[in-house]
Design a protein around this ligand. Structure first.
Ligand code: SAM
Length: 764
């Protein structure tokens, strides 16, 4: 297989040096107007690269693997207990895991796919995941489930429809079943479901209201006119300004993008960006790299995916980073941009017309997302020549990919092919340039990497965790790269005045502090002033965003005071208080390299034996004696690590997580364990609030420890903390929120009620 760097290296040598930048169209023209021999070699290289990425799987082997996984699933499912609820659940979830493997491994082998789906549907239905089970039956039918057995699946779908209260579907399936020759057992089931249908019809005098689905929701919601976009010319460009006093926590706007790519394609739904928890539905063509949370999502993404499927199959996009999102932008907004492009009689004119539209000023809140995106700024004109050529080569590669591997160009009939190739490459290049300084990354709370969603110990019922399992949702992951052109109108400050909460493709922008009328509203493009030094931020802002930050934090005479306060050590030899001299040394425990840290006064290299001692005990937290050692070692950190030291917070988190994991695995804890853990947790939460803010995703992820300890009845939770938990839950994305709300209601509410604090419900 050819590598991107090798091909780009060779192509680079064929292309003349671009000494002065004009625009994206002129840049890609350079790649299309080489002397004949060079042009031929250049094009050959692109084609060879695309060909070399073809990864054809042996379908016979896929079918065998899939069958074997399904048979394992069947063996577990058949042996499920009829009496012991927890054993039964364990078998069902394990069977589901095997069936999911079977579905993923089957690739495009329909005979295996339909059986995998049919069997997973059966296990999911038994577990109570009716929506997912219903979809699996539908998939099994789609992939050719044997006709003579189809009544089994339809009966299952009817059962799920009944459980979901879906009268229309239940009626539809029952009327199909009534036409069939069924044996006595099925006739009995049919009669029971007919009774349920009558009951449901009586209950539902009116049809249930359709929920506002993502595709109907407006892309931008300005919930209160508390801000405006200022177009004033000048160094800062457009920016967001408050038009009235905004209180902390007030919502400023909600933006939902049509354009994002999952950073973990196999775990995040390609359509709605939700975490796919239980039952992924993969595209069967692109080696499991694309999954959906439902058939509905798969259907909504069909058009876009038809242009990307081959690219995923070739694993092309992971190599291209931001250029993949740039391609998505072109795919998502092309229809809108075509109106303008189509008016030009040649490529030059078409480009000019579109760029004229891009340089105008609009009423930004009411502009469409395609128009807002078109108008986003770019700094490609300031990029170094190598950077510019790299993005141009990516754009060219994607343009050739669209032409060779998809039918994308069929919608563009208006001009000659060559024109369109130039235009599309120029548009991809332009979008990449815009995304470099306007793109966003979405984060969410996820299950720890070593845990599996279908782990039986985790769940007592669908979306209901078992007691003591909440802490497994203690990880924050960057899951999506999103284009949010309205949010992108916000300028940067190192102490932002907003905070963002992601929910799939949507982001809510809330005031992080009081913002007065006429004050500018700031986002933060880098780590904030508490988590990075001024020099680190200035370098990044200059490099990527091409400006020098003059915000209050950068302009203050001690810009790094707070950041350094999280990194103060006491010297093991002379007791002097110091911070490491090199910024790479600040988080040395996260890096592989073993660079020495020296005291700034006596220059002695620090031994950090205390670190090794604590780290070793963490591995044996199931043993009480080791835990005692760990608590003691943690206490002794006070000597060496000052205040809310980043390392001490890290170790506090590791210690609590290790202990709660040991407890979940059956270790016995006594009151002194809980006392110690509560003390460490108080320190951790206060430190994380100081470093990241009590509304940050990191803080929310640490509240999972508090939730477990409170659920055990072993943590004295203050009413402020409970309020913080309930508020935090409301900021979570819909898919995770459901799990947190259930845990709160299942375990914590009872505890509060027992302590006479009964009226707190997480669904506030
Ligand atoms: C996401 S855009 C923000 C909106 C932008 N001002 C516009 O007119 O589209 C980021 C770019 O805005 C400019 N910018 C953002 N914050 C700035 C600041 N604090 N000072 C100067 N320029 C800033 C930089 O050019 C940066 O690359």
């Amino acid at each position: 297989m050819l590598t991107l760097s090798k091909v780009f290296g060779e192509q680079n040598e064929l292309v003349p040096f671009i000494s002065s930048y004009q625009n994206e169209l002129e840049t890609v023209k350079v790649l299309h107007t080489l002397p004949a021999a060079k042009q031929q070699r250049f094009n050959e290289l692109t084609h060879e690269l695309l060909d070399s990425l073809d990864d054809v799987h042996d379908l016979k082997a896929c079918a065998e693997c899939s069958r074997s996984s399904r048979e394992h699933g069947n063996a577990v499912y058949t042996k499920r207990s009829k009496t012991n609820e927890s054993d039964r659940r364990e078998s069902l979830l394990l069977a589901c895991r095997f069936y999911t493997h079977a579905i993923l491994q089957a690739e495009n082998v329909h005979e295996e796919l339909c059986l995998g789906y049919a069997n997973r549907g059966m296990a999911l239905q038994d577990f109570g995941l009716y929506k997912e089970a219903y979809d699996d039956c539908e998939c099994a039918l789609e992939y050719g489930y044997p006709q003579k057995l189809q009544h089994k699946l339809i009966m299952r779908q009817a059962h799920c429809a009944w459980q979901l209260g879906d009268v229309r579907k239940l009626r539809e399936h029952l009327s199909w079943l009534e036409q069939q020759q069924l044996n006595a057992g099925y006739v009995n089931q049919l009669e029971q479901l007919q009774e349920q249908l009558t009951k449901l019809q009586e209950q539902q005098v009116s049809e249930p209201k359709e929920e506002l689905t993502s595709e109907q929701a407006p892309s931008l919601q300005i919930l209160a006119r508390n801000h405006k976009i200022s177009n004033s010319p000048g160094e800062k460009g457009r920016h967001m300004v408050a038009t009235q006093s905004i209180q902390p926590g007030d919502i400023i706007f909600k933006e939902q993008t049509a354009c994002f790519v999952p950073l973990e394609p196999g775990l995040i739904c390609q359509q709605c960006a939700a975490s796919v928890l239980y039952a992924p539905i993969p595209c069967t063509q692109c080696h499991q790299r694309v999954v959906y949370c439902s058939r509905h999502c798969r259907q909504l993404n069909e058009q876009i995916h038809s242009y990307e499927c081959a690219g995923y199959r070739k694993n092309l996009f992971t190599m291209l980073g931001v250029s993949h999102l740039a391609l998505r932008m072109v795919l998502c907004y092309m229809q809108e941009w075509l109106t303008e492009l189509g008016k030009g009689s040649n490529v030059q004119e078409a480009w000019k017309l579109l760029m004229a539209k891009a340089s105008k000023t609009y009423d930004w809140p009411s502009a469409s997302q395609g128009l807002l995106s078109l108008c986003m700024m770019s700094h490609l004109d300031k990029a170094a020549a190598e950077e510019l050529i790299y993005y141009a080569l990516c754009a060219n590669l994607l343009q050739v990919y669209l032409h060779r591997c998809t039918n994308f160009y069929e919608q563009l009939e208006v001009k000659t092919r060559e024109d369109w190739h130039l235009l599309i490459a120029a548009l991809i290049l332009r979008c990449a340039g815009q995304l470099l300084c306007n793109g966003h990354v979405g984060d969410t709370i996820v299950l720890r990497s070593q845990c599996h969603t279908m782990e039986s110990k985790l769940w007592r019922a669908p979306f209901h965790l078992s007691l003591g399992q909440m802490h497994k949702f203690d990880s924050v992951a960057l899951t999506t790269a999103l284009n949010l052109p309205y949010l992108a109108l916000c300028n940067h400050a190192c102490a932002p005045s907003i905070r963002l909460h992601c929910d799939g493709r949507a982001v809510s922008c809330l005031a992080a502090q009081q913002i007065e009328a006429d004050e500018e509203i700031f986002n933060c493009y880098t780590l904030d002033y508490r988590n990075s030094s001024c020099a680190m931020r200035q370098a990044q802002l200059q490099q990527t965003f091409k400006f020098r930050c003059k915000c209050i934090k950068c302009a203050s005479n001690k810009p790094d005071e707070i950041f350094l306060s999280f990194n103060r050590y006491r010297c093991e030899f002379c007791a002097h208080i110091y911070v490491p001299s090199q910024r790479e040394e600040f988080k040395w425990w996260e890096s592989e390299s073993n660079s020495a840290i020296n005291c700034s006064k006596c220059q002695a290299t620090q031994l950090f034996n205390w670190f090794g001692i604590l780290r070793r005990t963490l591995e044996f937290c199931s043993e009480q004696q080791q835990r005692r050692k760990a608590y003691k070692a943690f206490k002794e950190l006070d000597t060496w690590l000052l205040d809310y030291h980043s390392l001490k917070l890290h170790l506090a988190q590791q210690l609590i997580a290790a202990c709660l994991t040991a407890k979940a695995d059956g270790a016995t804890f006594d009151d002194s364990d809980y006392k110690q853990l509560s003390r460490i947790l108080d320190y951790l939460l206060a430190g994380v609030a100081a470093q990241h803010g009590a509304d940050s995703m990191t803080y929310i992820s640490h509240l999972t420890y508090l939730m477990d300890l409170t659920a055990f009845g072993k943590y004295k939770c203050s009413s402020e903390q409970l309020k913080a938990v309930r508020t935090a839950i409301n900021y979570l994305p819909t898919d995770t929120k459901r799990i947190f709300v259930n845990y709160y209601n299942d375990f914590i509410e009872q505890r509060i009620a027992a302590n006479g604090n009964a009226n707190a419900n997480a669904n506030a």
